[in-house]
Design a protein around this ligand. Structure first.
Ligand SMILES: *Cc1c(COP(=O)(O)O)cnc(C)c1O
Length: 431
């Protein structure tokens, strides 16, 4: 596979852009090698500047659930673009998108558009703090909620602890307000509430963790969080930036039948353009300015192009069969991977829910970040490199979920599994 143009472009990019990328994981840091510079994409496939084609399981990290360059999304954006790209004034289509979101997620009675998932979680937490008058929040180790100060944290040592800064530049004073507990651990969460409960404004959680591989909640975990929040007067925030419209039209809250007070959305709601949202109970959302006193604003919020792409995408997801199809395709992929790994004596734990999946080079169980971190990073790196060489583009990190789109057909999955057979052989040879 020739990659000389990507290599050259990477070198060039590093002179002007930190690490050559505008978001760290794109640099292939945890897998090594040259990140592919993408020239174009269509359906399930992306093409790099050296004209190599790949079956894409990153899907721009989630938004491309219809596949790349879907004709209806492109047409909607083109149509909106011809009318002007931004006004900084209300438009009719923003209400259309808000209503489409409300129809899909009944826990959302009002919704505010923003431009990124980071902004959505940040704003939802400000609202939770504004409403409760409390300053602490609780998050789970390994869940990612964007890069704002209080959320870019690591767990301290111990079961439930005050967070420590996840990066230089994050003040300890900020992370002292974040309590961290292990994902899927209700006992630790209770313990944290025993200690800090009356100061905790909200629990924020990925209802299905997708930023430490793909880890579903154990039975009773989400319902338990709901109970704890009710008992202590804290709000429950489901960060469905990844899972919203991905695992079901109504998100993980629909699958697990637990109702959060606030929900954050992103990725799919922007249809591949920068849009995200937060919403929830009317009495809470009514506290957002200008209706209420909790300030939040955005120059490009509700941008007409992003709104058009979002509406077109959500419309195409209204057909109920789409989630059955997505679930079948991701299940075929993970079951095929598991079977092939087993045949070669390689421990592999796989997961798939709706259009999202994950795999760990680890015998399992993998229910939390500490367990995810025990997976074999060397095996992953080997597998990733071999798959890329075979023309299969997986997330370049063992801690990312993979995504199947409606453009991934049975033959794409079959081609991927054939490639996996050969890639796993290389993993086995290395062991
Ligand atoms: C991607 C993601 C975010 C951050 O969204 P950005 O648009 O990258 O800021 C937040 N929460 C979850 C669960 C995500 O997967």
């Amino acid at each position: 596979m020739g990659i000389s143009k990507s290599r050259r472009e990477f070198k060039r990019a590093r002179r002007s852009i930190p690490g050559g990328v505008n978001s760290p994981v794109r640099a292939f840091g945890s897998v090594g090698g040259v990140p592919r510079f993408i020239a174009s994409a269509k359906g399930a496939r992306i093409r790099d500047v050296d004209d190599n084609e790949y079956i894409d399981y990153v899907g721009s990290w989630g938004p491309m659930i219809l596949g790349h360059a879907h004709p209806k999304v492109l047409a909607a954006v083109r149509e909106a673009m011809a009318l002007g790209t931004s006004f900084g004034a209300p438009t009719v289509r923003e209400s259309d998108l808000a209503e489409a979101i409300r129809r899909a997620l009944p826990s959302i009675q009002m919704v505010r558009m923003v431009s990124s998932g980071t902004e959505a979680t940040m704003s939802a937490l400000r609202l939770a703090r504004g409403v409760t008058g409390r300053s602490r929040i609780l998050k789970f180790d390994g869940c990612y909620h964007g890069h704002s100060d209080g959320l870019l944290v690591a767990a301290g040592s111990g079961v439930a602890t005050l967070a420590i800064p996840g990066s230089p530049g994050v003040p300890k004073a900020m992370t002292d307000l974040t309590v961290v507990a292990p994902f899927n651990d209700l006992a630790a969460t209770r313990k944290a509430f025993g200690r800090w409960g009356k100061d905790i404004a909200a629990i924020i959680v990925e209802p299905i963790a997708g930023n430490m591989g793909c880890i579903p909640p154990v039975p009773g975990f989400l319902a338990g969080l709901r109970e704890i929040c009710d008992e202590f007067g804290a709000l429950l925030i489901f960060d469905e930036v990844m899972t919203g419209f991905r695992v079901a039209r109504g998100g993980a809250q629909r699958l697990y039948k637990v109702k959060p007070d606030l929900t954050t959305l992103g990725k799919i709601v922007g249809g591949g353009l920068p849009a995200a949202a937060y919403g929830g109970r009317r009495d809470l959302m009514a506290r957002i300015a200008p209706e209420g006193d909790v300030y939040q604003a955005g120059t490009l919020s509700g941008n007409p192009l992003a709104v058009a792409a979002g509406i077109a995408t959500l419309e195409l997801l209204e057909e109920p069969a789409v989630y059955t199809t997505l679930a079948e395709r991701s299940k075929a992929l993970t079951a095929g991977l598991a079977e092939r790994a087993e045949a070669q004596g390689i421990p592999l734990t796989t997961r798939s829910i709706g259009g999202m999946f994950g795999f760990f080079f680890h015998p399992g169980p993998v229910d939390c970040f500490a367990q995810a971190q025990q997976s074999d990073a060397v095996a992953f790196r080997r597998f990733f490199a071999a798959m890329l060489e075979e023309g299969i583009y997986l997330a370049p990190s063992p801690y990312e979920a993979g995504f199947v789109s409606l453009a991934h057909k049975k033959r794409d999955i079959a081609e991927t599994l054939d490639a996996a057979d050969r890639a796993l052989l290389e993993v086995a040879r290395d062991r």
